[in-house]
Design a protein around this ligand. Structure first.
Ligand code: 5MM
Length: 340
């Protein structure tokens, strides 16, 4: 699977996700995370309200102009819009590739106090087959690494890389594009260079595991953190510094054949995430660099909606504003897609 240069349906889907001057909307919060966020906005955490909120997001007018795909969670993928269309069907009709989060969360890792390994491999092949049947075109799995005096340990990096690689290979065999998300959190007071060094060793470990698993880089998307100083670091960095540090790490740690890189926002404000994404476009790299933001896109929309049916349009306007702002800074690689 690794050496073919033939363009496959997986390559085409991956390029549609990341090579069309658009990005990915991450709306795959687990039931517990989404419930907490709804409660924070004064909305009751019911299945109906989670559904209404995701319907608001995916039916935002013009969303497909800036968003190539949307990541949903299992609950939403099985729900329907008020007009009766199942979410994956409606997304496809709206011009947005439906994706599905398939991990079952970060759980304590034996042998590594305070660290986690992301689980969800048990029964994964059967779930992927079902999701593909329901219309999902890509999948996502997130590993979480923390920077402290003692972490991440090599063991936590290796365990998470191994799981990401097994997940990615299973996705490709099921005909789904894997979005591989190893997130080094921005929590802490570490410097930009510490984040660079930890992100590099994390990505090298992921790349080695993907290669060992025979994952085709041209049929996958990498979803990493940008290289940033910790949120509590007194010395913050400019977008140009963040972009340079991020690209240096990517150049040494990931395959030049990746379909593309779609960054998570990781707790940055919407404005900072967009400014950093814009600075990244200025650098010469072999992959499209785009966004797969969650909070940096949806937080303003949730706040504007607040669970009030009369404010659906306000929520949609807030989402459209941030999706458009990010899409506007992207390079459009559609010409390379056409010439193949
Ligand atoms: C949307 O949040 C996703 C799911 O989180 P939980 O499973 O913990 O509820 C999360 O994986 C998200 O897709 C990424 O972290 C990117 O989101 P941000 O907000 O960092 O851009």
């Amino acid at each position: 699977m690794t050496t073919s240069t033939v363009t496959t349906p997986l390559h085409a889907t991956a390029r549609e996700l990341v090579g069309t001057g658009r990005g990915i909307l991450a709306a795959d919060e687990s039931i517990s995370t989404m419930s907490k966020r709804l409660e924070g906005a004064g909305v009751a955490p019911t299945g109906t309200n989670r559904r209404d909120y995701r319907e608001l997001l995916v039916t935002t007018p013009g969303l497909a102009d800036g968003a190539s795909g949307v990541i949903l969670c299992d609950e939403t993928l099985r729900q329907s819009l008020t007009d009766g269309r199942p979410f994956p069907v409606a997304c496809a009709e709206l011009g947005i590739l439906p994706g599905i989060k398939v991990d079952t969360g970060a759980k304590p890792l034996a042998g590594a106090p305070d660290e986690t390994v992301t689980e969800g491999l048990d029964g994964l092949d059967d779930r992927l087959a079902e999701y593909a049947e329901m219309g999902a075109r890509f999948a996502k799995w997130r590993a979480v690494l923390t920077i402290s005096g003692t972490t991440p340990t090599r063991w936590a990096q290796a365990a998470n890389a191994h799981a990401l690689a097994r997940y990615a290979r299973s996705c490709q065999e099921a005909g789904l594009v894997p979005v591989v998300e190893p997130e080094v959190l921005m929590d802490g007071a570490h410097s930009l260079s510490e984040c660079a060094s930890i992100t590099e060793s994390t990505l090298l470990s992921v790349t080695r595991a993907l290669t060992a698993a025979g994952v085709d880089p041209a049929g996958m998307v990498l979803k990493p953190n940008m290289v940033l100083p910790g949120a509590e670091c007194p010395q913050q960095s400019s977008p140009a510094q963040v972009a340079r540090a991020t690209v240096e790490v990517l150049r040494c740690a990931v395959s030049p054949r990746l379909a593309g890189v779609a960054f998570l926002s990781g707790g940055q404000s919407p404005e900072t995430a967009t400014a950093n994404l814009a600075a990244l476009q200025e650098l010469d790299v072999s992959w499209p660099l785009t966004f797969s933001f969650g909070r940096a896109l949806v937080s303003p929309a949730l706040e504007a909606w607040g669970g009030d049916p009369d404010h659906v349009a306000d929520g949609q306007a807030a989402l459209a504003h941030h999706v458009d702002a990010n899409a506007a800074v992207l390079r459009d690689d559609r010409s390379s897609e056409r010439t193949g």
